[in-house]
Design a protein around this ligand. Structure first.
Ligand code: IMP
Length: 425
């Protein structure tokens, strides 16, 4: 498939980095289209571990042009540091292309993210505190400062002054915080211009040309379907559209340019931050999933909440993204359980929900209806052919496939780059 969108089919942290890495091997362009450094992609190459937050993971392949699209929000300090880190480890970041229209995360966005969360108390979202929400708020209220403004110091200062007038009132009067000053921020940010100038371009045009030339393009979604601002478990979501539609608005390509949409889901499910989670386990089984799966966030180090695979949510992800296939990651973690549960519906006060409920209230009060499947209790981390997986593992995969009505084409059996079982469609 020449142009493929790859998205998280759960609440993020599905192991998309590894799947993008696999697809990037034969790709020409890899594009991030939403979010910012709230994302964390870990890729293990030999004995090296790369944790990227902003730069598309395709950067690890020398033939790939990594692109940060207009739909992203960029903290330039993080971007410049990530580029330097890659360079110090022998990866050339000069190929990176950045949309001139992407918005900047400013220091007051980070501060507002922190104080707004504190203010919410019990109702807090559990954000990554990277300033993501406030940066998108400014984008949509049309007060945002964009990457292109870094190259026009006069305009940059003007916009910053206007913003700070407003933000300082909010910081001091609403949140009882200290105000921020124009000059130190202007100096810091305008200082990044030299590092970035050679990378900034019209990325929509770049993608148009790449498509016209028959290049292979991968759109790498960050976070996941259930964290989508429109389709996720609002308000416990991120402030962008990780779902497949975001790939077009977040990069400037048309919907007909997309040939396929691959979803990525763990063989179980996790969530960081607050919000409803019907299959969450508060018991020893959940604890074991955390331990065995190393379920701690790449970005914030927070412990992830764990639960059994939720097919109601997964079917929803198939639908809202138009998924054409699924990659299932971390099947090896389930090797340690005698019996596996899979949620096939929700029960809320006696009502059965086979489809993802449109009301949050239902999600909070429902109980999963489980089907039980036998475990395999065998190490599968060395398996590379589907036929060599234990019968029970095949049964698990096929059970899921039947429910979601799309093929599972990739199965992760360990963290290493090659620990993947591929299946022909
Ligand atoms: P924000 O994106 O920092 O505003 O956080 C909003 C919600 O999305 C919180 O529940 C975060 O924990 C969650 N979130 C943001 N980025 C990721 C991610 O990459 N993986 C998983 N959860 C995320």
């Amino acid at each position: 498939m020449p142009t493929t969108v790859l998205i998280g089919a759960q609440w993020g942290d599905e192991g998309k980095g590894k799947v993008t890495d696999h697809l990037s091997e034969s790709a020409d362009v890899v594009v991030r289209y939403q979010g910012g450094n709230n994302a964390g992609h870990t890729i293990v190459v030999g004995s090296e571990r790369f944790a990227l937050t902003l730069i598309p993971s395709g950067v690890l392949y020398p033939q790939v042009t990594p692109v940060i699209g207009n739909g992203c929000v960029i903290d330039p300090a993080v971007l410049v540091a990530e580029m330097a880190e890659l360079e110090s480890r022998g990866i050339d970041p000069t190929r990176l292309r950045i949309s001139a229209n992407a918005h900047l995360i400013m220091p007051y966005h980070r501060k507002l993210d922190a104080v707004m969360e504190r203010f919410l108390g019990q109702q807090q979202i559990g954000t990554t505190k990277r300033g993501i929400g406030p940066a998108y708020m400014d984008k949509f209220s049309r007060h945002g400062i964009r990457v292109q403004d870094l190259f026009d110091p006069k305009i940059f200062r003007q916009k910053l002054e206007v913003n700070l007038k407003d933000k300082n009132k909010i910081l001091t009067k609403v949140y009882n915080s200290l105000p921020m000053e124009v000059e130190p921020i202007a100096e810091e940010y305008l200082g990044y211009a030299d590092n970035l100038i050679d990378h900034v371009t019209d990325t929509s045009l770049l993608l148009w040309q790449a498509q016209r030339d028959g290049k292979k393009i991968i759109f790498e979604g960050a976070q996941g379907t259930l964290l989508d601002i429109d389709h996720g478990t609002y308000p416990f979501v991120t402030s962008s559209n990780p779902t497949a539609g975001g790939a077009t608005t977040g990069s400037g390509i048309g919907p007909k340019a997309i040939d396929g949409v691959i979803g990525v889901a763990k063989a179980y499910i996790t969530r960081v931050g607050t919000g409803p989670f019907p299959t969450e386990l508060h018991d020893e089984t959940g604890e074991r999933m955390v331990e065995l799966g190393g379920e701690f966030g790449t970005v914030t180090g927070r412990r992830r909440r764990c639960g059994w695979l939720d097919l109601v949510a997964l079917k929803y992800a198939v639908r809202v993204n138009g998924l054409t296939e699924l990659a299932m990651t971390k099947l090896d973690i389930l090797s340690h359980f005698d019996t596996l549960k899979v949620a096939v519906a929700y029960d809320s006060l006696g009502d059965r929900f086979d489809e993802f409920p449109r009301q949050q209230r239902v999600l909070y009060n429902c109980h999963p209806v489980y089907e039980e499947l036998p475990g395999w209790n065998k190490d599968i981390s060395e398996v590379r052919d589907y036929a060599d997986l234990p019968k029970q593992a095949q049964q698990y995969i096929e059970f899921v496939e039947e429910a979601i009505e799309i093929p599972i084409t990739m199965i992760g059996v360990g963290p290493a780059r090659d620990a993947t079982v591929l299946r022909a469609t």
